[in-house]
Ligand binder design. Structure first.
Ligand code: CAA
Length: 693
């Protein structure tokens, strides 16, 4: 064995040199790794070995470029291109042995080996698009040469991690190795290459699959059209597509590479990728809780109870059934329970690629009941009942009497005081908020709310469980609406005020849609139903909502709300709503005025940032980036704008936000009162990002 450097060593297995990389946590291509690979391949080439295997230790093959080094001054070490050239041009067969993930630069390295061997559990992909980038080390030119243009388009614009068996079928993996026997299989494959004198395949030289797409611009046009909605607002998918177009339409691999380099540079220096790279780390940072260390013991969750089989309870239950955890769902009435279970089944059946046996397997994990005593053997019980404090207290008193010792009692409340709920039990340390977002089986966010007495192990369990069920968790403290809804209420208030000053609902919605939200607040209300919490008997036409609901305009479900809807549920501005709004304005004695798009955006977003600072100064969020994680995953904030706090820095930082808030305060009063922390940051010349340190 030769130690090449701190992260690479060269071993020998008969005639085969085995270059072993070990750079935890994910063998990312840091300068040290690149240098180790370069020197390692050089040493292997100079030795009398007849073939070379590249393999990694730890949890994974190379998971990509080292994102922490992006934007940092380059160190004078071997570049990735140097490493790749060394591999591709090697006169001895080079075999990449893949376990865990081969992602981004990691796959781009593997594509420069002459052959790839992988265990079935491995996954391969080019996920740069998720960082607002494209694969900048030849991946855009090599991948379509292996898997064809259509598959490359799909893989690169989705960033999907392709399972090794599928990659094998696509030709991306040459041989599947038995699980746990990767090194042996890769060495055997290398020996076979030598014995059979297999060709040294250089992907860059094989244009057959590109030829198939030459002269067919419709492949790209149709792909763009089919994905227009998904790609809306993002720069990176289009740049990825252009690279594949270049692979097809240029005359050489080198020309394609030059185009890749040009487009990569544009993305790398742009604001979107900066936001998306920031977000990558924000999401991981959100799991770190200063007083709950990573090694905090967690409670085992083998069975879950969910109280309520409505939209929320059903969606919550699906998350656990999806990962094989049995769920007891309790409802008060038999018909509500049956309806709830039937809806879950329908959701499974309707999900893309649903297989009947999968649906049955998941449904078999769900047990309906009308008796809360059936929660007695559950390790975690989540209540999703009507949002009223007296009801929640009653539920928790009952759960306290039923749940086994050590069970976690969670509430899905979106606003209520968890300490007050916990206080009715004899075990406040076991009580926590697990705030799912609707539809709970789809939305990524889980706001975990820690009460004053919530146990650290309970917090750690909820955070880890979130990851297991595929959610992104952020920790909040107890306050009205926690992080997300507390900030949302600022935007909602301004939206309502704006339409009473002269903007129309569709103006507000358009501005926020163009900003990048999937829909604006009024379209959202129509979707959710205007009559949530509205009581016909008490309605006296005093608010716009009263007037709309009284006219049976209760949202999409009644074919009309703020908007009119046609039979395909396409929204159109409504003359009824416009008149109703104008009537209110006239009645109030005010004059409607023309409101600019700029004002709509600023009044929607600046107060949210301001509220974010109040949340931080009260200690209800740990760091500014946690707030961004909440908004990206729970409210459709466009990830290419990082989140409200990141965006605050993008538009000029605390000083600019303060200036705007003061200007609005002077005109419109207390709703725009700057948070003390905003004043402080501005006075100290700091950024919002400084709150992440
Ligand atoms: N660079 C630097 N650090 C990275 C990293 C990378 N590419 N990928 C992961 N990490 C770090 C994480 O920040 C995390 O650090 P902490 O423990 O300090 O928080 C640690 O590695 C473990 O990561 P996860 O918590 O995400 O672990 P996981 O097991 O859930 O997932 C993973 C592993 C699938 C590899 C996931 O980390 C991931 O998707 N990583 C990013 C992969 C990627 O996007 N690669 C492309 C990079 S860009 C590129 O390669 C450009 C190019 O063309 C040259």
């Amino acid at each position: 064995m030769t130690e090449i450097n701190a992260v690479t060593k060269l071993e020998r297995d008969g005639d085969v040199a085995v270059l072993v990389l070990n750079s935890p946590p994910v063998n990312a291509l840091s300068s040290n790794v690149r240098q180790g690979l370069y020197d390692g391949f050089k040493a292997a080439g100079a030795s009398d070995a007849k073939a070379i295997v590249l393999i990694c230790e730890g949890r994974t093959f190379i998971a990509g470029a080292d994102i922490t080094e992006f934007g940092a001054p380059g160190k004078p070490t071997a570049s990735l291109l140097d490493v790749q050239a060394m591999m591709e041009d090697s006169p001895k067969p080079v075999i990449a042995a893949i376990h865990g993930t081969a992602l981004g630069g990691g796959l781009e390295v593997a594509l420069c080996a002459h052959y790839r061997v992988a265990v079935p559990s491995a996954r391969l992909g080019l996920p740069e698009v998720a960082l607002g980038l494209l694969p900048g080390a030849g991946g855009t030119q090599r991948l379509p040469r292996v898997v064809g243009v259509e598959t490359a388009l799909e893989m690169m614009t989705s960033g999907r991690h392709v399972p090794a068996p599928e990659a094998h079928k696509l030709g991306l993996v040459d041989e599947l190795a038995p699980e746990g026997k990767l090194r042996e299989a890769a060495v055997a494959f290398a020996n076979k290459c030598v014995a059979e004198n297999k060709p040294l395949v250089k992907i860059s030289e094989n244009n057959t699959k590109l030829q198939a797409a030459k002269g067919k611009p419709e492949i790209f046009a149709e792909f763009r059209k089919a994905n227009a909605r998904k790609f809306r607002g993002f720069d990176a998918p289009e740049a990825n597509i252009k690279c594949i177009e270049a692979a097809v339409n240029t005359n050489s691999f080198e020309e394609g590479l030059a185009e890749e380099r040009r487009l990569f540079g544009g993305l790398m220096s742009g604001a979107q990728s900066a936001a998306q790279r920031y977000y990558f780390f924000a999401e991981r940072q959100a799991n770190k809780i200063p007083d709950v260390p990573d090694d905090t013991p967690i409670r085992e969750i083998k069975k879950v109870g969910v109280l309520g089989a409505g939209t929320m309870g059903g969606g919550i239950s699906m998350n656990f059934a999806n990962i094989g955890i049995p769920v007891t769902i309790v409802e008060m009435q038999k018909d509500a329970l049956d309806r709830g279970l039937a809806t879950i089944r329908k959701n499974y059946e309707r999900s893309r690629g649903a297989k009947p046996e999968e649906t049955e397997k998941r449904m078999s994990l769900l047990t309906g009941s009308l008796d809360m005593n059936d929660f007695a053997d559950c390790d975690l019980i989540i209540e999703a009942v009507y949002e009223r404090m007296d009801i929640k207290k009653d539920v928790f008193k009952k759960l306290d009497g039923i749940a086994k010792p050590g069970a976690i009692l969670a509430t899905n409340t979106s606003y209520l005081n968890i300490d007050e709920i916990a206080a009715v039990t004899k075990r406040p340390q076991d009580v926590i908020g697990m705030h799912f977002f609707s539809p709970a089986n789809v939305m990524k966010l889980l706001e975990v709310v820690r009460g004053e007495k919530t146990g650290k192990d309970v917090i750690a369990t909820a955070m880890k469980l979130a990851k297991k069920i595929g959610k992104v968790a952020a920790l909040a403290g107890v306050c009205h609406g926690f992080i997300g809804n507390r900030m949302l209420s600022q935007r909602q208030r301004e939206a309502q005020k704006l339409i009473m000053e002269g903007a129309m609902p569709w103006d507000v919605d358009r501005v926020l849609y163009d900003f990048g939200f999937p829909m604006g607040p009024f379209a959202m209300s129509d979707l959710a139903g205007l009559d949530i919490g509205w009581v016909k008997e008490n309605s006296k036409g005093e608010t716009l909502r009263d007037v709309l609901c009284e006219a049976d305009r209760r949202g999409q479900k009644t074919g009309a709300g703020y908007y009119d809807y046609d039979e395909n549920r396409v929204a159109k501005p409504s003359a009824f709503t416009e008149k109703a709004i104008n009537d209110f304005i006239v009645k109030s004695g005010a004059n409607p005025r023309k409101i600019s798009d700029e004002e709509i955006l600023e009044r929607s977003i600046y107060p949210m940032i301001n509220e974010g600072l109040k949340i931080l100064e009260e200690g209800k969020a740990i760091r500014a980036s946690d707030i961004d994680v909440v908004w990206v995953n729970g409210y459709g904030w466009p990830v290419y704008r990082g989140g409200p706090m990141f965006y605050g820095d993008l538009i000029g930082g605390p000083a600019k936000v303060l200036e705007k808030m003061k200007a609005f305060e002077a005109k419109m009063g207390d709703d725009f009162k700057p948070a003390p922390l905003l004043e402080k940051l501005a006075a100290e010349g700091k950024k919002f990002a400084d709150l992440n340190k």
